[in-house]
Design a protein around this ligand. Structure first.
Ligand code: NCD
Length: 304
C-alpha cells in the first residue's frame, strides 16, 4: 500500500505518469467515470479548506466513487479528545482511501503508520502540501510545456507556506532550475530547506525582499498568502500581511510568457487588476487540481 505524505514519496517517473493520466482524463473524462465505482474517499479536514477538500471530493465523484468525511475538527470526535491514530483506525473501516489535513506537522505521517488504507497528506501545518505541488506541476507542464529550464520566483510567506516547501522539493529534481526567493526577512525560507534540499542538490538560488529586482528573469512567479494562522502574535501578522501586492506596474518588466501562480486563497497579495492578464494562471491552476487528484486516487487505489 502506498501513501502520499511527502512529494518525494513519488519518483520523478511516477509524477510524470500522474501528469500523463491527468492529461488523459482532461481529454476523455467519460472513460474514467466508473473507475472508482463502489470505492469511498474519506476527507478528514482538521483545518479549513475550500479547493483542496472540494477538488478531492469532486475528483472521487467524477471517478464514480463516493465521499464521506468532515470539514472541521470541531464537528468530529477530535472535539471529545480522540487521537489522530484512533480516528484513522476507525475511518479505515468505512473508506478505501483517506485525504487528511491537520494543523500539526507530521500528523499525516503518524496517521499512515496506523492506517489500513492509503493516506494522502492534504497539508500538515507549516510543513508540506504534496497534492498542491502535483497541481502546480500539472499546471506548469500544461502552461509552460516543460518542467526543466525554469527560473521560479517564490514570493510571500516562505517560512510558513507549506506549498512552497513541497514545490521546492519537487522542482529541485528537474534540470536547470533556479529559484528567486522573495520574502521579508521574518518570513524567509527555513534553514532546513536551504541545507537539505537547495544546497545538497546544488540548486542555484538567491534571496531578496524586492519583488521587482529579478522580475525580468522569471518564467514562473508563485505568489503566496501570509499564513495568518501560524503567527504567534497578531501584531507581526498585521505588519507583514500586505508586504507584497502584485499589480500591473510591478509586472512591467516581466516576460511576455511569465506564468503567475498562487495556490489560493488570495487575500491582498495579487491585485484583482492582474486577473485579466493572460499570464495570470491561478484560477486555471485550481481547475488542474481536480484532474491530478483523480490521477492520484487511481494510482493509490491501484486502479488501471
Ligand atoms: C494552501 C494551503 O492550504 O496551504 N491552500 C491550498 O491548499 N490551495 C495555501 C494557503 O492556505 O495559503
Amino acid at each position: 500500500m502506498k501513501n502520499l505524505i511527502d512529494i518525494t514519496d513519488l519518483s520523478k517517473n511516477e509524477i510524470e505518469e500522474l501528469i500523463k493520466v491527468a492529461k488523459n482524463i482532461m481529454q476523455e473524462p467519460e472513460k474514467f467515470s466508473e473507475k472508482c465505482k463502489h470505492k469511498k474517499l474519506a476527507t478528514l479536514f482538521f483545518e479549513p479548506s475550500t479547493r483542496t477538500r472540494l477538488s478531492f471530493e469532486s475528483a472521487m465523484i467524477e471517478l464514480g466513487g463516493n465521499v464521506i468525511g468532515f470539514s472541521s475538527a470541531s464537528s468530529s470526535s477530535t472535539a471529545k479528545g480522540e487521537s489522530v491514530s484512533d480516528t484513522i483506525r476507525v475511518v479505515g473501516c468505512y473508506s478505501d482511501i483517506i485525504a487528511m489535513r491537520h494543523p500539526k506537522e507530521g500528523a499525516p505521517l503518524v496517521a499512515a503508520l496506523k492506517s489500513t488504507v492509503p493516506i494522502i497528506n492534504a497539508g500538515d501545518g507549516g510543513h508540506n502540501h504534496p497534492t498542491q505541488t502535483l497541481t502546480d506541476l500539472l499546471t506548469i507542464s500544461c502552461e509552460k510545456k516543460r518542467l526543466d529550464n525554469l527560473t521560479i520566483g517564490l514570493c510571500g510567506d516562505l517560512k510558513f507556506g507549506r506549498t512552497v516547501h513541497s514545490l521546492i522539493s519537487a522542482m529541485s529534481r528537474y534540470k536547470n532550475i533556479k529559484f528567486v526567493l522573495i520574502s521579508p526577512e521574518e518570513l524567509k525560507i527555513p534553514e532546513y530547506i536551504k541545507e537539505e534540499i537547495l544546497e545538497k542538490n546544488h540548486i542555484e538560488y538567491v534571496e531578496t525582499n524586492d519583488i521587482e529586482e529579478y522580475m525580468k528573469d522569471l518564467d514562473i512567479l508563485y505568489m503566496t498568502r501570509v499564513q495568518k494562522e501560524r503567527f504567534f502574535n497578531e501584531e507581526d501578522y498585521v505588519r507583514l500581511k500586505d508586504y507584497y501586492i502584485l499589480n500591473k506596474n510591478k509586472l512591467e518588466n516581466a516576460k511576455k510568457d511569465l506564468c503567475i501562480l498562487h495556490p489560493l486563497p488570495r487575500v491582498n497579495e495579487i491585485s484583482v487588476e492582474v486577473d485579466d492578464d493572460p499570464r495570470a494562471c491561478y484560477f486555471k491552476q485550481a481547475r488542474y487540481g481536480k484532474y491530478i487528484r483523480m490521477a492520484l486516487i487511481l494510482k493509490l487505489l491501484d486502479i488501471k
